[in-house]
Structure formats: structure tokens, C-alpha cells
Design a protein around this ligand. Sequence first.
Ligand code: SF4
Ligand code: SF4
Length: 423
Amino acid sequence: MGGKPSTGLLSYEKLMECTHCGLCLPYCPTYRELGVEMDSPRGRVYLVKALEDRRVRATERLALHLELCVGCRACETACPSNVSFGHILEHGRSLLGDRSSVSGWWSHLLYCHVLPKKNRINRLGRLLRLLQRSPWPHILDYPAFHGIVPDELRHAVDVLTTLPVTPQQDLQRVYRGASENRLTAGLLVCCMMRVLMTDVNQATVRVLNHTGSDVIVPQGQECCGALHAHAGLLEEARRLAMVNILAFEVSGVDVIVTNSAGCGAHMKEYTRLFPESDGWRERARRFSEKVRDVSELLHSLGLSDGLERLPVKVAYDDPCHLLHGQGIGNEPRELLERIPGLELISLKESDWCCGSAGTYMFTEGEMALRLLRRKLEDIVSSGADIVATGNPGCLLWIAWGLRREGIPVTCLHPVQLLDMALQ
Ligand code: SF4
Ligand code: SF4
């Protein structure tokens, strides 16, 4: 068995690594909710292999089983055979053609014409700010608009206009740290952070500067391509990876830092986007070796001096792509515990997905809501004042849920709490 060429970059052997043991099933959010084998990791690996073998066609039903996966990679953590489920899922989605959820007009517009261009993302940010100040998010909910504006788009506008309006602040090219033997960190500016959470970026820069590090924001960078890869748009993901590899090579930074777990997990695996024979593969490997999540970097730099008292109760929720995608769970918790007065309280099922999963919260709204409801119940029962999580999708989705349910808990990035303690 094996040795059969795959149509994509995933080798056929990868599809054969699943032994069908089923040990991952109890950790899969969609299997827990639905109890359907084809909505489990094992079932999905089977479907992708059947697609690859051309034993089945990409029907609407098959596509739904693959699209319903939140891509949390909890199955990878649980799997004793080290099955690369995330890569298998991306490959499977790349085989869906016009059955894919990104084949709709507005998804196509977002993925192919907005996300790949920084200036268009900035324009989208300005549009969202205008919408936030207008009655349109409510007007779009009137029955007259149902059927005219797609449900997914109306839901997306509602979620994307949740966070308080903050002025868009473009980052400078260089922020100098105080130390002489300083590290130079190149910041990857996540698209969602750029338009909706500029305060998280500012906090990231301030905290890194406090450790003595210089922060450089390479100008040629674009979207990291994580959303494209997860949706199976592997050609576009590859092109964006090349743009970023070049931009960070030119900048000559020591490390590449990101405050977005989804971007970090994807950039640490850029190599997989290039075949063995491709010269870009080695450049991708060198790039990926330098990538650090901000919590990972701050932890390794030993941040602790200058943290002032912050008397708040914080529950930490693991972003799936930080915990399962990068194996980082202790570092953010230990950083938060270094803040005097901050009480880190335990959150039940903190390692389970909140349902945000990139654009999943818009395209698979029903399942995303089911997962969010469980998360909100756990947050409420924890008794926390603040829930901290290091991924923009989770921040946005949980904040939207808290607001919708009238729950008086604030959702912040851990770096924002560190920044508050430093001021
Ligand atoms: S990635 Fe998450 S939702 Fe998808 S199969 Fe694995 S555990 Fe289930
Ligand atoms: S993905 Fe891993 S844990 Fe799940 S059935 Fe296959 S081998 Fe077993």
C-alpha cells in the first residue's frame, strides 16, 4: 500500500496513517454534538481518502461533513498515531470544488479579492467602522432583507460590528526597545487585528518594547494565508506565504512574532505548502523556525519586572491553534500568574473550541452557536471578571456571545492584561 501520488501536496501515505482506532472521537466537538461517524475525525479522514481514491464524488452531503469540522485539531492532540488531521482537512477541502463553502460570491470576494490586499482590508475596516456607527446592522435584521442579503452575510455584519469602535491606528515601521543587546522582533499583523483590534497590536508592541526588544513591522507583508489554507485554497495560501517569506527575509529580524494563534500555527507550517523540489521550501523552513506566538516569546524573555498590581479574576481559554496547533498552553497562564493581584481561575473545558474557527462562525453559524453556548456557560460558572484568549476569532466570537447574552464579562487578549499591568 502507499506510494500512490496525491493530487495535492499531501502525500498519500499521510492518509494511510489513520488506524481507525477511534481514540480521537471523544475529543471532537462536532462528534460530541452530533454523534455521527462522518462528523468525527476518523470519518473525515475516511471521506478524504475516498475522495482522493475517486471512490466517491464531492456531493453536497460529503462537503457538509468536511465543512462542519471546526479545524480545532483536538483530534491531533489525542491521536496516538500522529495523524496530521489539519493538513488532511485542508487537502480534502481543496478537492470540494464548487461544493466548497468558499465558492459563494461573498466568500469568494473576501478570500480572493479582499484578504490578499492590505489596502482593501483597511478599506473593509473603515466600512465596518461606518457600519458600527450606523443603524444598518439592525436594519439588515428586518424580515424585508431576509432572502435579499444572505443569512451568513447578515450574521457576519452583526458579529464584526460587535467590538467597540476604536480608531484605526496604522503601526509605525519601527518601535525601539530600551535594551542595548536587544532582540529584533518582526510583527506579523493579522488582518483581523489590523482592522478590529488595533489596541491589541499596540499592547503587543509596548510589552515587547518593555522587554527591551525592538519591534519592526515589515511593510511588504500581507495576510498570512491561514484562512485560505483552512478553506482548501492552497494555491492562494502558497502565494501569500511567498509574499511574507520575502517581506520578512528583507527585514532581517531575529524572530517573527504574532499575537494571533491561527496565524502562528499556520506560519510555523509554511514548509508543507511547497513540494520537496521547490526552492521556496528551504526558505519557508527558515521562516517557520523563527515564528513565535507572543506568549511564547514573552515567556522565553522572562517578562516579570515592572508588572503592577491588577486585582481581577481571569479565566484563560486556550485558542485551539495555540494549544493543539502549537502545543502552547502553560506559557500564557504562567505569564498571567506573574501579574500581582491577578487571580487565574480555572475554566472548565478551556481546551474545547468556542466555535469561532476563522470564518466558520459565519458559514456554519448553527454549529458555531452550539459550541459558543457551552463556552459561555463555562465562563459564567467560572465566576471570572475577564476571559483571556490569544486569537482574534475567539476574542470576537466570545465577545459577541457575551454581549448577546448580556453577560458582564470582558474578553481580552493576555497581552492586553500584561500591558495594563505595566502601565
Ligand atoms: S479538527 Fe476538531 S472538529 Fe475537526 S475532526 Fe478534529 S477534533 Fe473534530
Ligand atoms: S485520527 Fe488517530 S486517533 Fe483518530 S481514529 Fe485515526 S489513528 Fe485513531
